[in-house]
Design a protein around this ligand. Sequence first.
Ligand code: SPV
Ligand code: MG
Length: 290
Amino acid sequence: MSTSSLLRNSIAGERLVHVMAAHSPLSAQLAEEAGFDGIWASGFELSALYGLADVSLISMTQHLDMVRAMADQIALPIVADVDTGFGNAINVIHVVRQYERAGAAALVIEDKTFPKVTSLAVGGRQELLGIEEFQGKVEAACHTRRDPAFMVIARNEALIAGLGEAEALKRAAAYEEAGADMILIHSKKRTPDEIESFVRAWKGRIPIVIVPTAYPDMNAERIAALGKIRMVIYGNHAIRAAVTAMQSVFARIRADGGIHNVNKDIVPVQEIFRLQKMDAIEQQEARFLR
Ligand code: SPV
Ligand code: MG
């Protein structure tokens, strides 16, 4: 079964689908081992990995290479964050062909103008496309997919742009009409109220995706109580966990004047060998090197 079909089945099932952000094949592997249902190939995380702001500076090729390399290492469905689709509906056609071929199971395309500004920035400049133009991009994505199970998720940034619930609902209905499989509704409010109100008011047939980074109190229990939300994306927790760990270990090495104290608190080299599948290399050497 394709990972797209796997993801579709999970969305159609009873259990909430938990998708963890990753910025590399290694972080995707760790998320898979931790038991998540899918990987969020995050533009924010990849931008941060390069020390760049998430403002459309990372190229499609860079992001696509990451998705392809992830798909090589994991069996989980990959939900590709393609930002605005790198241009207009014509660019989106190219994007869908490339990402499907690279092994993504779904893509999320957002209704902002290119170049975008990251959603959670306080006071960030947020400009949205006209509804009809974005409908054209969603239609282009749906029309282009080869596997009918490949999911096209329309990301609605009306609340992020401060345009209010009525505009968010209008856009969501228009994106459903254009063929979107799910609506990702994003919010940067510190409490879940804005999202909960939107979800209660949503009368569409397609389910909702949320990214509760700004309102972490929205846990699985609270999401289940609302209904209609079928996927939760943990948007930037891989890169934040990595930064937390590195800052702490680097500071300790500097303070201790060596690695003697931190050594017991970080994984041994053997754990990295395991993740690199060194045992397979050893077997191949024994069999094939003459
Ligand atoms: C990302 O992880 O790249 C996202 C989620 O798009 S957010 O940063 O919250 O916009
Ligand atoms: Mg993003």
